[in-house]
Ligand binder design. Structure first.
Ligand code: MTE
Length: 299
């Protein structure tokens, strides 16, 4: 056997042995889970994938939450004392029934479901997470959007005092995001209060966040404080930061590369080999929202 063949073979064996659960355990040895409160989950959702769920410790120690630092492990360290109670979410703009909801009111607007979704970051890593929440459209129905409302603008909570690392993040805060109203009405759009059967850990966007599984992860705004129904397309944080790299739509699309890297493949946390990225992250049921649109232009 020549040296090259030997090395390829040895690497193959090593990769095989490291792939899957064992690699996860090496990368994220079990740590005691952050204290979360159990949530009353009424139902499992038919939208759930049967793919293997990513371990809790990986999902809670590899985060993007720039208010708490830009390193993947920063949010777990720096968000520990973030105050998430009392909490309210203000819904305003083009609605007949504007209202500020307490977290408790919000949590009880609709029965909580567990939804196991794929989550694909624009940076080309992915996870599978059992989120807990309900379709965001339940909240929209509660406030009665007016016919002039075409978009939904979202804003995260921001407190420089509690989030001093935000000063070094290189993006502006509060973090803002947006959806077209019909996207926000799609049943897959989740208003999320928890994961793995418990309330959200601070680093994952406590106490309430959006989860939009067919879009790159940065659309899924964390620690949601304000929602406004508007007529014109709202500004969004990453688009303001670099418009050629991060579009308003940001649907997961293996055929439209990021200017600096391919979007054709992704690395599922804990896995060795990259896997092909699926159109709309595999959520084909949203395709009709974009019928007739050039998704290269509307990236
Ligand atoms: N929301 C706020 N407020 N601040 C952020 O930095 N990062 C986004 C999104 N929501 C972000 C945010 C990005 S880039 C991703 S990939 C997801 O949150 C990450 O969610 P996770 O850490 O729970 O996996």
């Amino acid at each position: 056997m020549n040296r090259r063949k030997f090395l390829t073979g040895a690497l193959g064996v090593a990769a095989g042995a490291l792939a899957g659960r064992s690699l996860r355990e090496i990368a994220w040895p079990s740590q005691s889970a952050l204290a979360g409160t159990k949530l009353n989950v009424a139902a499992k959702s038919p939208f759930s994938t049967s793919e293997e769920v990513t371990p809790y410790n990986a999902v809670t120690h590899y985060n993007n939450f720039y208010e708490f630092g830009t390193g993947k492990e920063d949010p777990a360290k720096n968000a520990t004392n973030f105050r998430t109670s009392p909490w309210s979410v203000k819904v305003s703009g083009l609605v007949d029934k504007p209202r500020t909801f307490s977290l408790e009111e919000l949590q009880h607007l609709a029965p909580l479901e567990e939804r196991i979704y794929r989550h694909r970051c624009v940076e080309a890593w992915s996870i599978v997470v059992p989120w807990v929440g309900y379709s965001f459209n339940a909240l929209l129905k509660e406030v009665s959007p007016q016919s002039k409302a075409k978009f939904v603008a979202f804003e995260s909570y921001y407190s420089p005092g509690q989030m001093p690392m935000g000063n070094y993040a290189g993006i502006s805060f509060p973090y803002i995001e947006g959806l077209r109203l019909d996207e926000a009405m799609h049943p897959l759009a989740l208003l999320c209060f928890g994961m793995y059967g418990e309330t959200l850990p601070n680093q994952d966007g406590a106490p309430v966040r959006m989860v939009l599984p067919w879009k790159y992860g940065f659309k899924s705004i964390k620690s949601l404080a304000k929602i406004k129904l508007v007529e014109k397309k709202p500004e969004t944080t990453w688009n303001l930061s670099s418009s050629s790299e991060y579009g308003f739509y940001s649907n997961v699309n293996p055929h439209v590369d990021h200017p600096r890297w391919t979007q054709a493949k992704e690395r599922r946390l804990g896995e060795f080999f990259r896997r092909p990225t699926l159109m709309f992250n595999g959520y084909d049921q949203v395709a009709s929202l974009y019928a007739g649109m050039d998704l290269k232009k509307n990236y």
